[in-house]
Design a protein around this ligand. Structure first.
Ligand code: CTP
Ligand code: CA
Length: 221
């Protein structure tokens, strides 16, 4: 990693990374979120910055320190992430979407705290825009990298997302595997590129995996 950092092989490139979970408000007090820690995306932002890229990190709420010399845009909901990412998209050379974006949000955000009453509460949800799908439709010079968090049929689901969203590379992980997925400092991933080449990266630190993702993605620059 030390050697790779000194290479400056991404000098002059603009890289946008999304990281962390999104939070979808139900009322002023409650929200719906997921288990993403943000560590994978923050490691990618750190690695890209050290390799000389100008990095923008669009992040949901996390408990980690932002990497040095990276512009951080904090957002909460998927709609806020959508707006922030689209605003930056045109200027970017590479976009890496490590964020765990909520697929749905409550149809209505109550203005006041919802008081308990009946034994059952139903919250109606509506679909969020698929940010990566929209980026794929508008793709010009940008190298597009997605993630696929799966609990089964990992490789086939990931390949489906790569094609549907017009990506160059997808990082697939089985979040139920030991040493992979949410929260931990390590991950086990498969990198699948658009010609179908699949590389398994054995259990490694998220920073090491970040460098491997960049190595593969930069071939599309
Ligand atoms: N993604 C996104 N916007 C969404 C949902 C997902 O940009 N509204 C991105 C994620 O950041 C990730 C990729 O799409 O890079 C795949 O996310 P994932 O949740 O694995 O797949 P989905 O397409 O949402 O499908 P599903 O959750 O049904 O598996
Ligand atoms: Ca999803």
């Amino acid at each position: 990693i030390e050697k790779k950092n000194q290479d400056q092989d991404l000098a002059g490139k603009r890289v946008l990374v999304t990281a962390g979970p999104t939070c979808e408000s139900i009322d002023p007090i409650r929200y719906i979120t997921n288990h993403s820690s943000g560590k994978m995306g923050y490691s990618i932002a750190e690695a890209a910055q050290k390799r000389g890229a100008t990095v923008v990190l669009v992040s949901g709420p996390t408990h980690i320190e932002p990497p040095l010399n990276v512009e951080v845009i904090q957002i909460k909901s998927a709609l806020e992430m959508y707006e922030a990412v689209l605003r930056q998209y045109e200027n970017q050379d590479m976009v890496i979407k490590a964020a765990a974006v909520g697929d749905y949000r409550p149809a209505l955000k109550a203005d006041q705290k919802i008081k308990k009453s009946d034994d059952e509460l139903v919250i109606q949800m509506v679909k969020n825009p698929d940010i990566l799908l929209e980026l794929g439709k508008r793709k010009k010079q940008q190298v597009l990298v997605g993630f696929a968090a799966e609990t089964m049929n990992m490789l086939s689901y990931a390949k489906g997302k790569l094609e549907k969203k017009n990506l160059d590379l997808i990082v697939a992980n089985n979040v139920t595997e030991n040493g992979a997925g949410f929260g931990g400092d390590t991950n086990i991933v498969y990198l699948i590129n658009r010609s179908g080449k699949t590389i398994k990266i054995e259990k490694s630190s998220k920073l090491e995996i970040a460098h491997q993702i960049l190595n593969e993605a930069k071939t599309y620059l």
